[in-house]
Write a protein that binds this ligand. Sequence first.
Ligand code: GDG
Length: 468
Amino acid sequence: MPRLVVVSNRVPLPSERGAKAGGLAIALADALQPGSVWFGWSGRRSVRGSATTHIQRSDGITYATIDLTEADYHSFYVNFSNGALWPLLHFRLGLLDFKSEDYDGYRSVNRQFAASLLPLLRPDDVIWVHDYHMIPMAAELRAVGVTNKIGFFLHTPFVPPSIFNALPRSAELLNALCAYDVVGFHTRTYCTAFLDCVAENLGVHADKDGRFVIRGHSVRAIVDPIGINADEFSKRAVEAARGSDARLLRESLGKGGLAIGVDRLDYSKGLINRFEAIGRFFANYPQHRREVSFLQIAARSREESGSYARLRRELDRIVGDTNGRYSEFDWTPLRYMTRAVKRDTLAGFFRLSRLALVTPLRDGMNLVAKEYVAAQDANDPGVLILSRFAGAAEEMSEALIVNPYDSDEIAEAMHIGLSMDLEERQERWRSLHKKVSVNTAERFCSVFLKLLAHPETHPERPSLRAIS
Ligand code: GDG
């Protein structure tokens, strides 16, 4: 078996794993066998930047990290990755802030990553690069002579040419993506959008299996939806629902029930629209007042960016307004916290909740939707309300699917969810649970790595369709 080398912007070091374990670390846990290497940014800023590679070993896995200088951190991470690419890939052209010096910084950091990784590579290593921060990584590795198999997985959506081409230098980035052997997406829609960009901008057409040849190099675009380890999450939820955090939450609710939302505090997650919908819900369906409280856990992220600070201020305002309007002295309709909680605690809270609101305006996949389903009690499952613009909606059609821009529709779905009889809740949950248990993190990794080893083979058909 060739050695696996994973590359991502942040490396979740074993020494740092605390309250918030990232989705990527959890998804890759099965693929990272002893002997594998995980390479990326340490999360630290230092004067020496990438000059030194720091090596840590844990459970047979090598974690190799480099620092960034303050200037690189801003141009590569804050400005280009999160200020230009992230809004672009989430269809938010109004928030796109492009500066050519930031793009140069982005390219330079990818070049530094390639230069630091090069001495660690062996000739038969398989390299798997993750996410939008690292699009040019393969092109930079090829430029220094690396001929290994290199795959890329994009965790965000991909956008059609009419959106993609709004980014200055978009053709350069698209060409850089074509330096990979395999490029993976969560959904058919994103994969098609990528192939449309390649056809329209580079004049190259793919065959029906997503293969194309550009400048003599074969590329394969694939659909490989990410999943979770549903059994493990379910066990965690059962255990945590009996724990002290769940008990305290239950006691605080009195006779009322719980509805929940869990998201990074990000404008792509549709929190403003969701909070407005909660106000509408209590206005339009007063019979549910006191019957349910909504808890939003929104761990702060990317605080150095102005658009995130504005989002926070707006959310603070809506929460104050909604609670001022509908609260009783012994009941709060909307509970809102911007601190992360432990993964176990989260699992227990999911199990307690009669409803989950997963209503991003756009989301590559959304793992919270899958975790909520995995955490439910088969005898009395809660109801998932899911945005049609989350990648997860492509497979999780038995959720109550809503337009996240339509507050009335979300409010109505909350009413339908809370009024749904046990039989229908169980029926919907059984179908969702089957999908979540089959399309696991392990399957995601093994499909990708098999195709990377043999890009000419037929993809394993996603098992969803086989089930339904
Ligand atoms: C990107 C794409 C795609 C959240 N709050 C806490 C916490 N979380 C955990 C959740 C879940 C993960 O973080 C979030 O994953 P999502 O998929 O929902 O969203 P992104 O972070 O935006 O991830 C997304 C994903 O990559 C994978 O490809 O699905 O579309 O945007 O696991 O439970 N965990 C803890 N405390 C919190 O407060 N412990």
